[in-house]
Design a protein around this ligand. Structure first.
Ligand code: SF4
Length: 265
């Protein structure tokens, strides 16, 4: 599933992107998806480079625009498995509008957000998911912009499968992605991952193992998180399936109205 005889990848040593990419491939393997019917679409950013390293029909699109490209592919060929790779800047800033409307339409896409809390490739600027007080090139004294939770946004906008995992919990992450592939609708998986260079160095978070250790200590399975008293939740975050809903998928709904109108004649 990986491209052979290509130039080496451009990710920094210790970057978590390769771990998340491997989890996506493990999910594809687990679901036994047909390689010729699986399309990987990405936007722009460090994580979006993954599409170029994977041996599927791939489309590396414009910044923030992966979801509309993927929607077009799915509408034209509903039988294809369409996977979107995106980063926190790509998905929630430049592509925020497309993200909301992808969720709202419930198109059958599997969207994996590589959340490293920063714009890595374009120079370490703060993204909408950069935590308060954390430093970025655009926030040299620490960010004062309040981040939002992309899973909460996806839920409010209408996504029908929402899950979260981390680069530390690789098997769990692959399982969350695989279960998203089973959903007939818009599936959103937030993969929290480490960027030891653009984010970690600026914020003195240590090297990649230290950042992975942080994930292992702060991620809590959803069921256990729900039982935590409020005061113990503060520096923790839930992982697992956060939401599931049953809503008619977009291409199915579209076909129904075409049929009702007499096949468009
Ligand atoms: Fe990975 Fe960060 Fe380097 Fe980008 S800048 S390749 S996210 S470590």
């Amino acid at each position: 599933y990986f491209r052979q005889n290509r130039l080496p990848h451009l990710w920094c040593p210790g970057c978590g992107n390769g771990i998340v990419m491997k989890a996506i491939v493990q999910a594809i393997e687990k679901k036994n998806l047909d390689q010729d019917k699986t399309i990987i679409v990405s936007g722009i950013g460090c994580s979006s480079r993954a599409s170029g390293y994977m041996n599927f029909d791939t489309l590396h699109t414009a910044h923030g625009r992966a979801i509309p490209f993927a929607t077009g592919i799915k509408l034209a060929n509903p039988e294809l498995n369409v996977i979107v790779i995106t980063g926190d800047g790509d998905c929630t800033a430049i592509g925020g509008n497309h993200f909301i409307h992808g969720c709202r339409r419930n198109v059958d896409l599997t969207v994996i957000l590589f959340n490293n809390n920063i714009y890595g490739m374009t120079g370490g600027q703060a993204s909408p998911l950069t935590p308060l007080t954390k430093k970025a090139t655009t926030a040299p004294y620490g960010s004062i912009d309040r981040p939002f939770d992309p899973c909460d946004l996806a839920r409010a906008a209408g996504a029908t499968y929402i899950a979260r995992s981390t680069a530390f919990h690789v098997k769990h992450l692959a399982d969350m992605i695989a279960q998203g592939m089973d959903n007939d609708g818009f599936s959103f998986i937030e993969a929290i991952t480490q960027c030891p260079i653009s984010y970690g160095r600026k914020n003195k978070l240590g090297d990649a193992p230290a950042m992975l250790k942080w994930m292992s200590e702060h991620a809590v399975m959803q069921a256990a998180f729900d039982k935590l008293p409020e005061e113990k939740r503060e520096d923790k975050f839930p992982i697992g399936i956060l939401h599931k809903a049953s809503t008619t998928e977009y291409t199915t709904a579209y076909q129904k109205v075409i049929d009702l109108a007499g096949g468009g004649k």
